[in-house]
Design a protein. Structure first.
Length: 201
């Protein structure tokens, strides 16, 4: 049996994909429904730019992500936070889950943060164990610890600025554990502004 017989051929209709991308741009809807790995921000940036080119002033980000790489997540955050400079703004709708960097960094870049009633959130300390940049040529464990603390301080600063809670509050909440929150608790802690749903029409 050949590999071609085992693995079915997938025909990708690139014309249809481009049509759907154009339709989303006109409607101002951007999907963020994947784990954040290095390079994943490229498509997101392209879609946001396409929305702006279409004259969209209010961009809706449909967020359902387990989180991922810290540096890449900062790109998502900074793009969203910069939208008012271009006469636009964003609303992030958490549908499903916003975990790790998706909740603590990306979500906080949106001008308005909304969560569906059944959405879940997870916050925790930064981990470099699966980050390809964790080998940033640090020669000792002390160097790694300092580097990780600098990244965590940056993340906690983002959280504190948007949530109204102090850095000390978030530091205690995530210390050496994963903390899961429902939509009501996320609103209480300032991770989101309101509980609601994405308008389908």
């Amino acid at each position: 049996m050949t590999l071609k017989e085992i693995v079915p051929t997938v025909n990708i209709n690139y014309g249809y994909m481009e049509h759907m991308r154009s339709e989303r741009a006109r409607s101002g809807v951007v999907h963020l429904d994947f784990a954040i790995g290095y390079g994943t921000s490229s498509l997101f940036v392209d879609e946001v730019r396409a929305c702006l080119e279409q004259g969209v002033k209010e961009i809706s980000v449909l967020l359902n992500s387990p989180g991922g790489a810290v540096y890449e997540s900062m790109i998502f955050h900074d793009i969203l936070a910069s939208l008012p400079k271009y006469g636009a703004k964003s609303t992030a709708y958490v549908l499903g889950v916003a975990a790790s960097a998706a909740a603590m960094i990306i979500l906080q870049g949106a001008q308005r943060r909304v969560a569906a009633p059944n959405a879940e959130f997870m916050v925790h300390e930064i981990s470099l164990s699966q980050d390809p940049f964790s080998e940033i040529r640090t020669s000792t464990q002390e160097d790694v610890s300092k580097f990780q603390k600098r990244l965590q301080d940056k993340m906690l600063g983002v959280l504190a600025a948007r949530s109204g809670k102090t850095v000390a509050f978030w530091t205690k909440l995530i210390a050496r554990k994963e903390t899961w929150l429902d939509a009501k608790k996320a609103k209480e802690y300032g991770l989101i502004d309101e509980i609601g749903t994405f308008p389908l029409k």
